[in-house]
Design a protein around this ligand. Structure first.
Ligand code: ADP
Ligand code: MG
Length: 209
């Protein structure tokens, strides 16, 4: 992945979340406080304008991952902002201080990013959170035959991530605001899982084929 592709990934995510803002708020209204789409749109809008700043010679994959993380942490608000933001900041250390990384490093970065989200949020697969999309997606990527190019694996993962997100509908929430509803959280897709699937969609748009 190049630094340009990394930038495009976040621009794509900002657009896809904005297009789905109302739906994400509706999903969050059913089992939370109705602000997930608004929260993410606000923070990702700030990430989008990072691209308008004058070219910075010190910018590399590591510093950009940190910068995106810091921006999300300070602007998204809500549980999702803290999780996306701190996950990105910590995972940044996996990236080289250069403008490009190989596929193995990229997958390790994803694994570290998701590992940090799990650690900070203390959520496991099955708890009806964004982890229900992020963790199985990274695991699938790591388990898929490595002789297949990453772009082919990402193409397949796009659909799979949506399937993982829909799978949260039948679960009872055990983490986050939705957990206060107990069994009443069953029957609704988790908003954070839905937005996470959009992220995989963008990864495919930028790197897949
Ligand atoms: P808030 O719940 O503070 O209003 P958002 O509405 O922006 O924050 O985000 C809610 C989403 O955050 C949930 O749908 C869920 O996917 C995710 N989430 C909440 N708590 C956790 C947690 N402890 N671990 C992982 N993900 C979580
Ligand atoms: Mg909310």
């Amino acid at each position: 992945m190049t630094i340009e592709q990394f930038s495009l990934l976040w621009q794509c995510f900002a657009q896809r979340v904005r297009q789905n803002q109302e739906h994400l708020d509706d999903l969050d209204r059913a089992i939370g406080d109705g602000d997930h789409g608004t929260n993410l749109t606000r923070g990702l809008g700030k990430v989008e304008i990072l691209g308008n700043e004058p070219p910075d010679p010190h910018l590399n994959l590591q510093t950009l991952s940190k910068k995106v993380g810091m921006t999300l942490l300070s602007t998204v608000g809500g549980a999702s902002g803290a999780l996306w933001g701190s996950g990105l900041m910590k995972a940044a250390l996996v990236f080289p201080m250069s403008s490009e990384c190989d596929d193995r490093t990229l997958v390790l970065w994803m694994d570290t990013f998701v590992g940090n989200i799990e650690e900070r949020g203390k959520a496991h697969v099955g708890d009806k959170t964004m982890v229900d999309v992020m963790r199985p997606a990274v695991n699938w990527l790591q388990a898929a035959p490595q002789d297949r190019p990453l772009r082919a694996r990402l193409r397949e993962l796009r659909e799979l991530a949506q399937h993982y997100a829909q799978g949260t509908k039948d679960l009872q929430a055990r983490r986050g605001r939705a957990s206060y509803l107990g069994a009443r959280s069953i029957g609704h897709v988790d908003p954070g899982a839905f937005s996470s699937a959009l992220w995989w969609d963008c990864l495919d748009s930028v790197l897949g084929g």
